[in-house]
Design a protein around this ligand. Structure first.
Ligand code: DP6
Length: 326
């Protein structure tokens, strides 16, 4: 008899309103709500099967057995899921990413979204989408937003069960593109997890959190109305506010590099010329240029000869995590 196996596909997401800082770090209950778009074209495919080799979980990414640090994070997550849902056994986790790892693209979001979805299917836990999203959050906060479809919103919540993401609108509501300009492929020196811990040391963090509901409201209505101008202003402001917190944390974290700044300026100049594009940056130096389907080629054209770009990746509004058959 062939071994039981579950295979899942998930995408990373790009936050329009960022998650930065936790109210309760152990549970990854965030200090503020966030909104993101799933990134189709950047795919993580994860399969689970029983590990018969011993009482441990094993992890392979892109065909390579992973070191103890990555395996430990995955194992700790599976153990948390086991505590919550009481299944038994050890797992072989095999994951394939079609996007370069360590390129500053949040692979932890798609990794834990895929794993939570796969655990639910493998052990027939029969969890709701909200429960799977809350489970994924325990692995990596932003992973909870990769569970539902299209554009998603994660409300803070005050308990494990109450902190999950839901879809604002499905994938076919609005086709947006994320043209990701990689200016530096090196692994980031300060992880998001460390950054979340440091956020409270910035005097700007309380202001950022206090204003979050207003930004969430504007961003949500811009998505509902497909109002790109409104979306541009709010996502750039939100990204800049998060980076202001990072730069004023103690110790400070500066992810921006001269090339990142040059790209952000260029994006603003293009928008002034009527090209529908806007920037946002995560915890790294790479710039995500969000644009409409109709202006994508103009954006590409304008960055063709731009100096300082190592590589460009392309993604568009994507589905939530889902089981696919092997
Ligand atoms: C800047 O979800 O990667 O991308 O919960 O510690 O795994 P952990 O952090 P993570 O943080 C994401 C930070 C961000 C903004 C965002 O995606 O909202």
């Amino acid at each position: 008899m062939s071994q039981k196996r579950t295979t899942v596909k998930a995408h990373p997401n790009i936050a329009f309103i960022k998650y930065w800082g936790n109210a309760i770090p152990d549970l990854r209950l965030p200090s503020n709500g966030s909104i993101s778009m799933n990134l189709q074209g950047l795919d993580t495919v994860t399969s689970l099967s029983e590990n018969n080799k011993g009482a441990f979980h094993s992890l392979e990414i892109n065909g390579e057995k992973q070191d103890s640090i990555k395996t430990k994070r995955i194992s700790a997550f599976i153990e948390k899921a086991r505590e919550l849902y009481g299944f038994s056994g050890y797992l072989d986790v095999r994951s394939q990413n079609n996007f370069p790892m360590g390129a500053g693209i949040a692979s932890s979001a798609s990794a834990f979204a895929a794993l939570a979805t796969a655990i639910n299917d493998f052990y027939a836990l029969d969890l709701s989408e909200k429960e799977i999203s809350a489970l994924a959050r325990l692995g990596s906060g932003s992973a909870c937003r990769s569970i539902p479809d299209g554009f998603t919103m994660w409300k803070t919540g005050t308990t494990h069960e109450g902190s999950y993401a839901t879809s604002i609108v499905p994938v076919n509501h609005w086709e947006l593109y994320d043209y990701i300009l990689i200016v530096n492929k090196d692994e980031k020196k300060i992880s998001s997890t460390e950054g979340h811990h440091l956020s409270a040391t910035s005097p700007f963090q309380s202001v950022r959190i206090h204003d979050a509901k207003r930004r969430l409201k504007i961003c949500k209505s811009a998505i509902l109305d497909k109002d790109f101008e409104k979306l541009s202003d709010i996502i750039e402001l939100d990204s800049d506010m998060m980076h202001a917190v990072m730069m004023t944390s103690n110790p400070p974290i500066t992810y921006w590099q001269p090339d990142s700044i040059a790209i952000m300026k260029k994006v603003r100049a293009l928008r002034k010329r009527g090209i529908a594009c806007a920037y946002t940056m995560d915890a790294g130096p790479n710039v995500h240029v969000i644009c409409t389907a109709s202006d994508l080629n103009k954006v590409k054209e304008n960055f063709k000869q731009f100096k300082g770009i190592d590589q460009a990746l392309l993604a568009k509004t994507g589905f939530g995590a889902r089981v696919i058959q092997p």
